[in-house]
Design a protein around this ligand. Structure first.
Ligand SMILES: Cc1cc2nc3c(=O)[nH]c(=O)nc-3n(C[C@H](O)[C@H](O)[C@H](O)COP(=O)(O)OP(=O)(O)OC[C@H]3O[C@@H](n4cnc5c(N)ncnc54)[C@H](O)[C@@H]3O)c2cc1C
Length: 370
């Protein structure tokens, strides 16, 4: 496998897949890196089962859909059908996707940008950030907890395994329900531990009902309220482990006494919510601007917006950003001024951004070659 591309695309959602397709059509080599199991993982994770996908388009925007091939149909289809269509499309067009690969950082090389990922480093002439608006939060512990999964890819992996799920909300409960179901089908009695930093868990009625059903059907679940993940460490046998304190008390003389459990990290899933992409923008050193009073119409005071040229290039040369990652608004450098640009988080916007950015990149790269 060669590891140098004209365009490296981070994220295989509508923006990333459209960009890959357009690169392919224009003869630019490309690679999508996608942290999930397949393309459109972001959509698969966030849309409720059976939800219809609409070809929504902001009224005030005169442009039609510019990537018809990926446009949701006028007669809405379910999210499952739309994802299935896109998976076939990606295969049929021979687009280059590397799944289960997490973006880490970008380093500027002499001729290429070096993109560091969980599966090694790739070289690219241009990098397109299309990782959407919802980035799973990382566990913060002393040491390294990168091995901890942030979602459930395949519940079968946890059959026969004592599993720890961290997080107190619906997404943690949904993960537990899926694992319990799988364990029930395999007559596996190994428990699922459910840990949360707070003393109470907070799930909606419908999720609580489904969880209750699993418990009544024999699901073995052990609650760990008030438990705090503390340390990521490697044990004597080279196994990455997460140490979580499950109870603690202060005794005289500044001494604390606590009980802790240690799980192999591969058996831990942390569902602790998601955040916007600002922390990634900070990590890779692209400039954002904080909205001050009266400056922004869409963003709130204090929100930090990414600074982009009219061609979606960030302040880091050769690094572009599109789609949900720059929604609901960004700061656009236009005719010497900086203005807030409204950017609704829609499939339409992600597809059209991809069209504009790939045109701009292709022109630049082809000019360079002449
Ligand atoms: C419940 C719901 C319903 C919606 N319904 C509609 C609708 O009907 N019509 C419509 O037009 N819009 C709808 N939207 C909005 C639409 O889904 C988004 O605007 C669109 O998905 C944005 O596309 P994107 O490619 O920018 O980002 P995403 O679709 O979020 O794709 C980003 C991809 O990047 C991957 N990724 C993230 N971080 C990393 C990383 N560090 N390394 C590698 N990969 C990474 C993610 O796994 C994901 O697959 C809906 C949104 C929600 C939440």
């Amino acid at each position: 496998m060669h590891n140098s591309y004209d365009v490296l695309i981070v994220g295989g959602g509508p923006g990333g897949v459209a960009a890959a397709y357009l690169c392919h059509k224009r003869g630019l080599s490309h690679l999508i890196i996608e942290s999930g199991k397949g393309v459109f993982q972001g959509i698969a994770n966030t849309y409720p089962e059976g939800k219809n996908v609409y070809p929504s388009k902001p009224k005030e925007n005169p442009e039609p859909f510019l990537v018809e091939e990926l446009r949701p149909p006028d007669k809405p289809v379910t999210v499952e059908k739309y994802i299935q269509y896109v998976q076939h499309f990606v295969q049929h067009e021979g687009l280059n996707v590397m799944t289960e690969t997490e973006f880490e950082d970008i380093e500027t090389g002499r001729e290429f940008l070096k993109v560091h990922t969980s599966r090694g480093t790739f070289k690219a002439r241009r990098v397109l950030l299309a990782f959407g608006s919802s980035i799973p939060k990382e566990l913060t512990v002393y040491g390294d907890a990168k091995m901890v999964a942030k979602g459930l890819d395949d519940p079968k992996k946890f059959v026969g395994v004592r599993t720890l799920v961290i997080g107190g909300g619906n997404s943690a409960a949904d993960v537990i329900i899926s694992i319990l179901k799988e364990k029930r089908n395999a007559s596996d009695k190994e428990p699922v531990y459910w840990a949360h930093v707070a003393e109470t868990f907070d799930v909606n009625k419908e999720t609580a009902q489904r969880l209750g059903e699993e418990i009544l059907l024999g699901g073995n679940i052990r609650l760990l309220p008030g438990a705090t993940p503390r340390i990521g460490e490697v044990d004597d046998e080279g196994v990455d482990r997460l140490v979580i304190r499950v109870s603690e008390e202060k005794i005289e003389g500044g001494i604390e006494r606590y009980h802790a459990m240690s799980f192999p990290m591969k058996n831990v899933i942390a569902c602790i919510g998601s955040q916007g992409p600002t922390s990634i923008f900070d990590r890779i050193g692209v400039q954002t601007i904080a909205c001050t009073e009266g400056i922004c119409q869409v963003a709130k005071e204090g929100d930090r917006l990414l600074l982009l040229t009219a061609e979606y290039e960030t302040t880091r040369k050769g690094v572009y950003a599109i789609g949900g990652a720059i929604s609901p608004s960004y700061m656009r450098i236009s005719k010497g001024a900086i203005v807030e640009e409204k950017h609704p988080n829609l499939i339409y916007t992600a597809l059209n951004d991809a069209h504009h950015v790939v045109n701009a990149i292709a022109e630049k790269l082809q000019k360079k070659e002449k």
